[in-house]
Design a protein around this ligand. Structure first.
Ligand code: WT7
Length: 631
């Protein structure tokens, strides 16, 4: 997909370059890596701190780096409270459109009030500093308010994406020992109502720790409510206790802000921890510099707030910068494939940030849909989640951006908290390359021994230096954090990303894909292990192997090789049943494209499934070193 031979640079216009917040990459980059702590201290000065830091970085106990230790703040203080004393108070913070076409808008002043009310509701339910609150919601304003309300009172939010099944939700609730969940009766997707509260009800049956569920009315769905456990949000905000005033709790810089579950190559999804201080600095700095945020801009990140992209670049980095955020509840193709372009036109969006999968899926409908709308307000475009193929890049650039808008292809991860490799608006672009490391970051491509590979050669992408957005670890599992990210290059102390990449002769990075058993499908992240253990829970299955194969729209799709128990007949019927089984247990995003029945799986002599052999065979590629293969 990546085309190293496409040498043509796309240069930003003079207007973009002249007005860009960052005007020189090389010089600032050099300074930022030679004086990393000074650089980040200067960025931190843009924020409000109740108490200054004792040190910028405590690196005494790697890989448990602590940014701004000793400092006190609360990310919400910077995202909301602080703006109340400036003209930002009266600015639109949020323009929201529901799928049926309903519109709600909020100024910074009113978001602040909504969040205080929500925070008081949570307090009235006994939520305290350090408690984990689970949020399982459609894309409605209250999803953002709920996150900020938790943070305001020092509680830790754990947002679970609304596309996950009740079992996946229950797993996350139980792992975090969460006793409060916030949801909505339903949300709109593709003209239908997704009944979220009933999914939560099923999850609560599997969750011994769950005590309270607060439900927001969105879709007028009839839902089952249990006395003493279930509360309507609109009933609670009506009580005198839910006033519009709520003090923002002062937190230590490294107090937990949120947990976010993500898939790895082994085991169940793990919760990554992000904290108040470093994450505030990193998300706001990257957002401002990369998206070149101007006070008058309208910014739309089309991701779900339930993913890290939404946490960092819809909610936190964005609001700290006082941006006007556009948000949409539903499907991009509802009722017609130009819903997004209509949104851009209607709200005068200046910056649009989305994924290659979304671009490819809209591209299929042809140019006439975007062309029927006025997209001239757009100034910058962004892409995230997977490598963007040059065809999609060029369509995005020409048809959506009318050839005028630089594309910020941002490489990062749930773990990194914010952009790690990314262009700036001034960067000459190569379609398909995320270009160069963001300020402060030393990033390389190395071989198994840790030696840098030659120009144009593939290797493992590693991050050699700490950065303020980095995760503070895996929730309650330090060993897993060390094993997953820091063991491969433990001698050097480098962070292993799990991605492979190349660096070309201009120093541009080309991300190739995961080297582990993580599958990126439509930009979402799933583990082979999760899919395989669900397969094994079906009576017909002895064992299975899940692999990712290229797909023209989704980037990758899931193929599962399965060995049947005696007495089961392979066939279309059983395949359909198994696909349904996976969807029921993991959620619609985990839908396998195909299940292939086989007599046995290729394994090493020690019994490990060799997924790479299956993949090579499926693609008709050389199968590589087979010396460890059991016959
Ligand atoms: C993995 C992280 C970061 C928010 C969304 C995904 C892949 C991400 C790019 C990009 C090529 C990318 C990597 C990475 N990825 N952005 N611009 N180009 N690949 O977060 O779910 O934690 O997934 O997404 O493989 O490791 P995530």
């Amino acid at each position: 997909m990546n085309n190293l031979n496409d040498r043509r640079f796309y240069y930003p216009s003079q207007q973009i370059t002249e007005n860009a917040i960052v005007k020189d990459y090389d010089e600032l980059y050099r300074y930022s890596v030679e004086h990393r702590e000074e650089f980040w201290a200067e960025q931190a000065e843009n924020l409000f701190w109740h108490k200054r830091w004792d040190a910028v970085l405590d690196k005494s106990n790697p890989p448990f780096y602590r940014w701004f230790p000793g400092a006190r703040t609360n990310i919400v203080y910077n995202a909301l409270d602080r703006h109340q004393q400036t003209p930002v108070r009266n600015k639109l913070a949020l323009i929201w459109e529901g799928e049926p076409g309903d519109v709600r808008t909020f100024s910074y002043h009113s978001v602040n009030r909504e969040v205080s009310q929500f925070a008081n509701v949570l307090k009235s339910m006994g939520v305290k500093k350090g408690d984990v609150v689970t949020i399982y919601m459609p894309q409605i304003p209250e999803q953002i308010f709920a996150m900020l309300a938790c943070a305001r009172i020092g509680a830790v939010h754990s947002v679970v994406f609304g596309g996950f099944s009740h079992e996946s939700l229950a797993d996350r609730i139980n792992d975090a020992n969460s006793r409060v969940v916030i949801t909505a009766d339903g949300g709109y997707k593709r003209g239908k109502v997704v009944e979220m509260k009933s999914i939560v009800n099923k999850a609560m049956e599997l969750s011994p720790t769950m005590e309270i569920c607060i439900t927001i009315r969105r879709a007028n769905v009839d839902v089952y409510m249990e006395n003493g456990r279930d509360y309507w949000y609109h009933d609670l905000v009506g009580l005198p206790i839910a006033s519009y005033k709520c003090e923002t709790e002062v937190m230590e810089s490294d107090d937990m802000l949120f947990l976010l579950y993500t898939s790895g190559s082994t085991g169940k999804p793990k919760a990554l921890v992000h904290t108040h201080g470093g994450y505030s600095v990193y998300t706001s700095t990257t957002h401002r510099m990369v998206f070149d945020l101007k006070p008058e801009d309208r910014y739309w990140c089309a991701a779900d707030p339930g993913w890290i992209t939404g946490h960092s670049y819809i909610v936190y980095g964005t609001l700290i910068n006082g941006a006007t955020v556009v948000m949409y509840e539903g499907a991009p193709t509802y009722p017609y494939p130009d819903r997004w372009w209509k949104m851009v036109d209607k709200y005068g969006v200046n910056i649009l940030y989305t994924s290659p999968t979304a671009i490819r899926s809209l591209m299929r409908f042809g140019d006439s849909w975007p062309k029927r709308n006025d997209l001239s307000s757009l100034r910058l475009l962004g892409s995230v989640g997977e490598p963007i193929n040059p065809e999609a890049w060029k369509w995005y650039h020409e048809i959506i951006g009318n050839g005028r808008c630089p594309i910020m292809d941002t490489w990062w991860q749930t773990e990194t908290g914010g952009f790690m490799i990314t262009p700036l608006p001034i960067t000459p672009l190569k379609p398909g390359s995320a270009s160069k490391p963001f300020f402060g970051n030393e990033i390389s491509v190395v071989n198994e021994e840790g030696r840098e590979v030659n120009v144009g050669e593939e290797g493992n992408l590693v991050i050699k230096s700490p950065w303020p957005g980095m995760t503070a670890g895996v929730y309650k599992d330090n060993q897993r954090f060390i094993d997953t990210y820091w063991s491969k290059y433990s001698k050097q102390g480098w962070y292993q990303t799990g991605d492979s990449a190349k660096i070309d002769e201009d120093g541009y990075f080309w991300i190739i894909g995961r080297t582990d058993d993580v599958i990126k499908i439509s930009g979402y992240r799933l583990g082979s292990y999760e899919l395989e253990s669900i397969m094994s829970s079906h009576a017909a299955i002895v064992e299975s192997a899940a692999i990712a194969l290229p797909h023209p729209v989704k980037g990758n799709c899931i193929h599962i090789y399965a060995v049947l128990r005696k007495g089961y007949e392979p066939g279309k019927e059983l395949e359909k049943e198994l696909i349904g089984h996976v969807i029921t247990h993991l959620g619609p995003i985990a839908k396998p494209e195909e299940i292939i029945f086989v007599d046995q799986l290729p394994k090493t002599r020690s019994g490990k499934i060799m997924r790479r052999v299956l993949k090579a065979r499926a693609l008709g590629l050389p199968e590589g070193d087979l010396s460890t293969l059991e016959d």
